[in-house]
Write a protein that binds this ligand. Sequence first.
Ligand SMILES: Nc1nc2c(ncn2[C@@H]2O[C@H](COP(=O)(O)OP(=O)(O)OP(=O)(O)O)[C@@H](O)[C@H]2O)c(=O)[nH]1
Ligand SMILES: [Mg+2]
Length: 181
Amino acid sequence: MNADNKILFAGPVGAGKTSAIQAISDFPPVSTDVHASEDERTHEGKTTTTVSMDYGHIELDDGIGVHLYGTPGQRRFSHMWDILTQGGLGLVLLVDNSREDPLADLTFYLEAFADFVVRTAVVIGVTHTDMARQPKMDDYLEHLASHHLSHPVFEVNATHRNDIVLLVQTLLACLQTRPRP
Ligand SMILES: Nc1nc2c(ncn2[C@@H]2O[C@H](COP(=O)(O)OP(=O)(O)OP(=O)(O)O)[C@@H](O)[C@H]2O)c(=O)[nH]1
Ligand SMILES: [Mg+2]
């Protein structure tokens, strides 16, 4: 793997894509967040929403550099999703456990990024489990299995550096071990 590794963060509004990139980037990320309307404020304290992309970069302990791109969660900005996948190696999908139907969100974003995921890899980070204890990680694994999928799933807080580094490292490990087409 070379220094041009590019990975993508996707998932619903408020799942923590911008926060995750902020938590691990070696420099303050480039962000395109704007003031969020009342409707777009999924959580107390979240006053902005991404309209185009986030960009950061991390150099992992083993010297591997990874470019980090965050997508906008809002579906009205979904034209950016395809653009941002170009040249990407894999996907970190963040799901907000406190939303109404996080398993449906998971399916929606996996389908939206299906063309990308089928040729790369995905890891799933479930955020806001401190705010909503259900569904459990086993429910996610069962849900994936019912769709004949077996992606790694982790309980994370998007603001915790170690949690997000673990997601990135797992994704890179999956990419190294996946069967070649
Ligand atoms: N309580 C709690 N808060 C979290 C957790 N993870 C992230 N947050 C908070 O949730 C909010 C997430 O906001 P963003 O990072 O802007 O979300 P986003 O996914 O970039 O949203 P859009 O750009 O609008 O699609 C922030 O206020 C974080 O501090 C978590 O596990 N628990
Ligand atoms: Mg964002």
